[in-house]
Design a protein around this ligand. Structure first.
Ligand SMILES: Cc1ncc(COP(=O)(O)O)c(C=O)c1O
Length: 390
């Protein structure tokens, strides 16, 4: 049969993370691969969605977002991130942060322009740059503290650089970028006229006193930043597909056009309920972070006892580990061994790197799970240890 795939579609593979979820289901394992909670979302937000459907908010919303939600996004961005924005001209509501990122990149990047991406990166950023025909330039975050080399970053900026993608708190490393690091990046963006595209969907999941800083709040950066966020992680609503991009009005005008023709809009009743989510009592965020801190500590202990080398996260809900000392040099083989023999699904490190050598001995675990799920995982990790000790 004739090959109908576009060159574009052949340049990337299926998502490894979502494939691990399918393999996990086949082996009835514990899914510590794909980052979604297995516990309920807050009742008041679910009730708001039911109410919205009952009151017949069931037709298309305004393509760039329901006004009540845009207002709620602007209010929250002002109090939590310290940046005041105009909900009429500076927000595009999308189908999750996923679509917000693709629509934003497609709206700003011309074919052949360069986009700087820190690696390890959330695996979507690779295909995202391919879909907009950008040339990605990867800058490595070095373990154990996931710092970047300032000289290499400085050298990566040039006349062709259009944007730099930042993700803080970071998936998969758990790094929370410091004010100094963000200022360093901001200075380069300002010098070269480059847009910062920052994915902040884990902004409330912080540990050990870490503080989230939005690069848009740094002097001069408000007009050179696209801030991406969603309700997926903060309110445990990954299946609702409501996210947004905040950008200066002229950039937003382009993002809105791409968004409109890609998806028309995010689900209307869920947008209305998302406005309720964003106005939830502020104590919710402390409880959320505390709950995740307990889960992080529980899984870290279990991994440590099973002999994994762990990189302790300061934010987000993932733990990167190194497994070199187990004698595996192929992360995919190790991940398959863990899921097929012990029923623990994880993500092989290479899926977060452009150069596989950097991820070949790394494995990512996630922990947005009920205590009983994590206990089940700990039991399976003990089985793994017992097998190794034989
Ligand atoms: C860094 C990052 N950005 C975006 C997403 C996807 O967000 P959404 O569900 O809002 O599309 C994820 C999901 O794991 C993620 O880790």
């Amino acid at each position: 049969m004739k090959n109908y795939s576009s060159n574009r579609a052949t340049k990337f593979t299926e998502s490894v993370i979502r494939e691990m979820t399918r393999i996990c289901l086949k082996h009835q394992g514990v899914n510590l691969a794909q980052g979604f909670p297995d516990f309920p979302a807050p009742a008041e937000i679910k009730e708001a969605a039911l109410k919205a459907i009952q009151s017949d908010l069931n037709q298309y919303a305004i393509t760039w977002g329901e006004p009540n939600l845009r207002q709620a996004i602007a209010e929250k961005f002002a109090w939590y991130n310290g940046v005041s924005i105009d909900p009429e001209t500076e927000i595009t509501v999308c189908c999750g942060a996923t679509e917000a990122m693709v629509s934003s990149l497609m709206a700003i990047v011309n074919s052949g322009e360069e986009v700087i991406v820190f690696e390890p990166f959330y695996e979507n950023y690779g295909p995202d740059t391919i879909l907009c025909d950008a040339k990605p330039r990867f800058i490595t975050l070095h373990e154990p503290d996931w710092h970047f080399d300032e000289k290499k970053l400085t050298k990566a900026f040039n006349n062709k650089t259009k944007a730099i993608i930042i993700n803080t708190p970071n998936n998969p490393t758990g790094k929370v970028f410091s004010r100094e690091e963000l200022q360093f990046i901001a200075d380069l963006c300002l010098k070269w006229g480059v847009l910062a595209v920052t994915d902040e969907i884990y902004e409330h999941i912080l540990y050990d006193g870490a503080k989230h800083i939005s690069i848009a709040s740094l002097p001069g950066m408000r007009d050179q930043t696209i801030t991406i966020n969603s309700i997926s992680k903060t309110y445990s609503l990954t299946g609702w597909r409501v996210g947004w991009a905040i950008a200066p009005a002229p950039v937003t005008a382009s993002v809105r056009k791409v968004h409109d023709f890609l998806t028309v809009g995010a689900p209307h009743p869920l947008q209305e309920a998302a406005a309720t989510a964003l106005r939830i009592d502020r104590s919710y965020y402390q409880t959320l972070a505390k709950g995740y801190e307990e889960r992080r500590d529980f899984l870290s202990r279990a991994l440590d006892e099973a002999g994994f080398r762990i990189y302790r996260p300061n934010g987000a809900y993932y733990i990167m580990t190194d497994v070199k000392h187990f004698g595996f040099s192929d992360d995919v083989a190790f991940a398959l061994y863990l899921v097929e023999k012990f029923g623990i699904a994880t993500v092989p490190g290479t899926s977060f790197y452009s150069r596989s050598s950097l991820g070949a001995t790394k494995i990512r675990f996630c922990f947005p799970k009920k205590r009983e799920t994590l206990e089940h995982a700990a039991e399976k990790l003990r089985n793994f240890k017992n097998e190794r000790d034989k």
